[in-house]
Design a protein around this ligand. Structure first.
Ligand SMILES: [Zn+2]
Length: 341
């Protein structure tokens, strides 16, 4: 919800312990064959009950912003949702940006946001045949006057102004606006907090999906090394590892990132040989605010590799300097990695 971004004050992750292991100061191994891109990832609908809601995004293109994160995905494990996985998308707005209804429906409720004083939450119900859905929009600084219980709303209608969040990243104060956008599907239930919440991703209209993909390609969030998707699994077990395998370039053949515990935002890493054997291990330091390419430092017992990266779903571009060398300025020389869903 709104407070989770407040609490996510670890946009800069500082690692303490250095994990020693066998290491290699050698240059990366030779490139492997470039493989074709896999087909697009298709997120299945949560139920087969007839009546499928179609969504647009709760934001207009003119209101986009990426001061902080862009979009924080469904299912990620951090802040308020370290254990149960985030039940929606946090959408970032420009300051003063308008939160909009994601589908036609009827206002179910407008109430004070339970997590941030002075903010409101709007809930809209959507009935498709006999299939009941609800969309939820939190952290509104103000609510549009027509948005009252039982009012009919159309897709794209203004619900109110996105509330701001202020935090300090390192020594730099930043202020951004956001809403927590959630889709509840009442044909779906799991015994966890927000038991009806499903990812909005498979419900997006075609144009909205293209718009979403554009936003998500610029999203940077602290769990993306192991939870890189717009729709991640809410029941992730820890320690949580994800292996990225090189498909082009001359970087290491593979790299595995591990988050040890749900409430510990730090990562360990292992650089992998072609065989899958770990040839260097250590800890990871990220600076997610270093846009457009977040900084990643791999710290082993024998040195520190400075790098930059970007991740979009199952693809990562990563460029690492040799130990002792300066940080690359962009990902033009990056190796490309993929990870299985
Ligand atoms: Zn949220």
């Amino acid at each position: 919800m709104a407070s989770e971004m407040l609490k996510r004050s670890v946009l800069v992750l500082l690692t303490a312990a250095v994990v020693a292991a066998c290491s290699s100061g050698q240059s990366p191994t030779a490139p492997t064959t470039i493989t074709a891109a896999p087909p697009p990832i298709v997120v299945p609908l949560p139920t087969t009950v007839p009546g499928v809601l179609t969504l647009v995004l709760p934001i207009d293109a003119a209101d986009l912003a990426t001061t902080a994160f862009g979009i924080a995905p469904y299912g990620y494990h951090g802040a308020d949702h370290a254990e149960d996985g985030h039940p929606g998308w946090d959408v970032e707005y420009r300051l003063g940006g308008i939160v909009r209804a994601a589908a036609a429906g009827m206002v179910q409720s407008v109430f004070p946001d339970p997590s941030v004083a002075g903010r409101s939450t709007v809930q809209i119900e959507h009935v498709i045949g006999t299939h009941f859905y609800r969309t939820v929009y939190t952290n509104l600084a103000s609510v549009t006057p027509e948005i009252i219980p039982a009012a009919a709303v159309r897709a794209g209608q203004s619900l109110g102004v996105a509330g701001t969040v202020s935090q300090t990243v390192g020594t730099t104060p930043i202020t951004y606006a956001m809403t927590h956008f959630q889709l509840d599907d009442f044909e779906y239930y799991r015994e966890i907090p927000n038991p009806n919440a499903v990812t909005p991703e498979p419900f997006l209209a075609a144009d909205a999906k293209l718009f979403f993909d554009r936003i998500f390609s610029g999203a940077v969030f602290s769990t993306e090394l192991v939870e890189p998707y717009a729709s991640n699994q809410r029941d992730l077990r820890f320690p949580a590892s994800r292996t990225w395998t090189r498909v082009s370039g001359d970087g290491p053949a593979g790299i595995r990132f591990t988050r040890v515990a749900a409430r510990n935002p730090n990562y360990d890493y292992a650089i992998l040989a072609e065989s899958g054997t770990a040839i260097e291990t250590g800890t990871v330091t990220l600076a997610l605010t270093a846009r457009p390419f977040p900084s990643i430092d791999l710290v082993s017992a024998t040195g520190r590799r400075l790098g930059v990266y970007d991740i979009v779903s199952d693809q990562m571009r990563l460029v690492l300097a040799n130990p002792g060398a300066s940080r690359p300025v962009d990902v033009n020389a990056a190796s490309t990695y993929r990870t299985p869903r």
